[in-house]
Design a protein around this ligand. Sequence first.
Ligand SMILES: C[S@@+](CC[C@H](N)C(=O)[O-])C[C@H]1O[C@@H](n2cnc3c(N)ncnc32)[C@H](O)[C@@H]1O
Length: 268
Amino acid sequence: MSYTLRSKHDRFADKEIHNRIYNESCLDTLARMSDDDVSLSITSPPYNMNLRIRNGKYCSRQIVKEEFSTKYEGFDDNLPIDEYNEFHSKVLSELIRVSGLVFYNVSIVTGSKRSVFKMIGDFHEYLKDIIVWDKGHGQPAMQEQVLNRRTELILVFANENAISRQFKTYGRFARGTLSDLWEIPRQRSTSSKNIAVFPEELVRQILVNFTVESDLVYDPFLGTGTTMRVCNDYGRECIGSEINPDLVEHIIDNWMIYTYPQRYPADA
Ligand SMILES: C[S@@+](CC[C@H](N)C(=O)[O-])C[C@H]1O[C@@H](n2cnc3c(N)ncnc32)[C@H](O)[C@@H]1O
């Protein structure tokens, strides 16, 4: 099932900017996309928050059920580490195939740690740079002798000339004006069904520095739709996938507050 949403802003109405949400796994959406279909992908994948360690080993998903983080409703977020690696490897290969640049926001938590380091190694030939997102203060760690996590990483992958640090085709910033440390406070979620959101300012920074108006952006893990909202505010087109129908409903309902009070089911 997919939905098309019109631009919320009158100033972009004549540009026929459409936004499409696919309520399915992003791997299904990606399988239908052609090479270089979108300018940029911006996303924050599930962090596998509920995978835990016992006696020096990752636990299976059954053992850890009682310890759930409640960041997502209706989604366990505790794949065994090998499945998590395999899933990300597939998603990332596909994202690099369909987009010029990929901004992949990851957090180093217990359940994702090995996978993030493996991803950096496996995809090193496409890794162009790493931006550190500083959230201002670390949330207290859940255990003794654990560092408070204050930062997340934005891994930037390119499908061409990743060996160079220069963003030749996509960079819209003047020399010396943009650093690799972005200080952006956390933002509250618009939905209790997913509180693991990234702030609008993070998406805004990426859009203004790496895209121009009317560029097409893809978010494979839409969540509450932050990427789509900000794209809309800045006149960029956006398509996205989200597996949870409640969150898709949430995005559509919030959209309906704005200029176009109808839902536009897929016309194709
Ligand atoms: C970290 S959240 C994204 C939050 C988003 N950046 C925001 O600001 O709201 C990850 C999302 O991925 C969704 N998800 C998990 N597996 C998926 C899949 N295979 N395809 C599409 N979405 C998926 C989850 O339902 C969750 O909403």
